[in-house]
Design a protein around this ligand. Structure first.
Ligand code: LRH
Ligand code: MN
Length: 381
């Protein structure tokens, strides 16, 4: 059962992780970076080729704008991957300085809504079933705008987008405590996202970005709660030491990633209804290798969480055996699952060590040589 679950795992990589992305202070350019979405997909296909569990690639609009989205989806399937979530972007246009769908100016709100609806058209064209909505909307000073009125505007826009969704399509609403707004963010926490999604209906769910919480937040509690409510749509996995650092998933806090996957499995969430996406920036480390390492970190956390002896745990919990129950969970966490994952890869005809196999493939040297000239893709911040 454990092996089957690990073989069936689907981890979605973000197109923007293959381009130049970084911090507000500096985005470092790197050799071999893709110049367009087609090259980004080629790099994402490498991550799938070496891990076997990364067949979906999230797009971000307009960073991945092309003339022919059907051709892009065709290109993806030719590479053995498919288009995952479509990410809207109403956080980089000058018009959105005071907000996008929550902006006091109805013209600006209409512009933002039009973009969100365009993203649903792109879902239709690429066969994507998921729209991911993150709003940087918020205010920096008390009194700058009316908090309640902004919620009314947000609700109105979400209702319009919800109404446009087709059969089998859904949107995931992403919350974030702060940044770029530094006093109040309009979707700051899981409760706000959950309340909006609950009112809209079953096609609206919440996405948990692991970098978007106040320090000390028990993220796995949020996961357990949203799963119980059928409102956990997915994750933006990354890790952080301080704020929205967007570091490799599991790098800063592998125990937290394990606790999250423990609640996912306990809540029956290791299914295709929950999107396991990465949302990261590889500002100083090689991007494709960084994605391979991140996928492996998610696999290791998942394998450890699958190893929890649920029967022994239930018995210890029922008898109030605090230390016994904790020991069951820690035994799983302290299990070295790398041999198990290496075995699964070998059985699937993959190299047991994806990082070493990718390094030996010479793919990086090839793209570093080929991709000279043209503008490297970035997130245009
Ligand atoms: C916002 C966010 C969101 C993406 C962006 C790249 O911080 O997590 O998910 O649109 O990063
Ligand atoms: Mn995110």
């Amino acid at each position: 059962m454990i092996k089957d679950s690990l073989r069936a795992q689907v981890i979605e990589t973000p197109s923007w992780a293959y381009g130049n992305s970084g911090t507000r202070f500096k985005v470092f350019a790197q050799r071999g970076v893709p110049r367009d979405p087609f090259e980004k997909l080629a790099d994402a296909a490498q991550v799938h080729a070496f891990t076997g569990v990364a067949p979906r690639v999230a797009l971000h609009i307009p960073w991945d704008r092309v003339d022919d989205y059907a051709a892009l989806a065709e290109h993806a399937s030719g590479l053995g991957v498919r288009i995952g979530a479509i990410n809207s972007n109403v956080f980089q246009d000058d018009d959105y300085m005071l907000g996008s769908v929550t902006n006091p100016d109805p013209k600006v709100r209409a512009k933002a809504l039009a973009h969100l609806l365009d993203c649903v058209d792109i879902m239709d064209a690429t066969g994507s079933d998921t729209l991911k909505l993150w709003f940087s909307d918020g205010i920096n000073y008390p009194g700058q705008d009316d908090l309640r009125a902004r919620q009314d505007r947000l609700a109105e826009a979400l209702e319009r987008v919800y109404g446009r969704l087709g059969e089998g399509q859904r949107f995931l609403l992403e919350y974030k405590l702060f940044e770029p707004a530094f006093y109040a963010t309009d979707v700051p926490d899981w409760g706000t996202a959950y309340a909006h999604c609950l009112r809209l209906g079953p096609k609206a769910q919440v996405v948990v970005d692991t970098g978007h919480h106040a320090p000390g937040t028990n993220i796995e509690f949020i996961v357990a709660f949203l799963l119980r409510e059928g409102k956990l749509g997915g994750f933006d996995f990354n890790s952080r030491f301080y704020a929205d650092d967007d570091l490799m998933a599991g790098a800063a806090d592998p125990f937290q990633l394990f606790r999250i996957m423990f609640e996912v499995i306990g809540g029956g969430g290791l299914t295709e209804d929950v999107a396991f996406m990465l949302d990261q920036c590889h500002n100083i480390e090689p991007k494709i290798a960084g994605q391979i390492r991140s996928v492996m970190n998610v696999q290791e956390a998942t394998a450890k969480a699958l190893l929890v002896d649920r029967e022994a745990l239930a018995a210890a919990q029922a008898s109030g055996d605090v230390l016994g129950a904790n020991a069951v969970v820690m035994d799983a966490y302290n299990t070295d699952v790398r041999p198990l994952l290496a075995e699964i890869r070998a059985e699937a005809g993959l190299d047991p060590d994806p990082m070493a196999a990718y390094a030996r493939s010479g793919y990086f040297e090839k793209i570093a040589e080929e991709r000279v000239g043209g503008a490297q893709a970035g997130w245009g911040a």
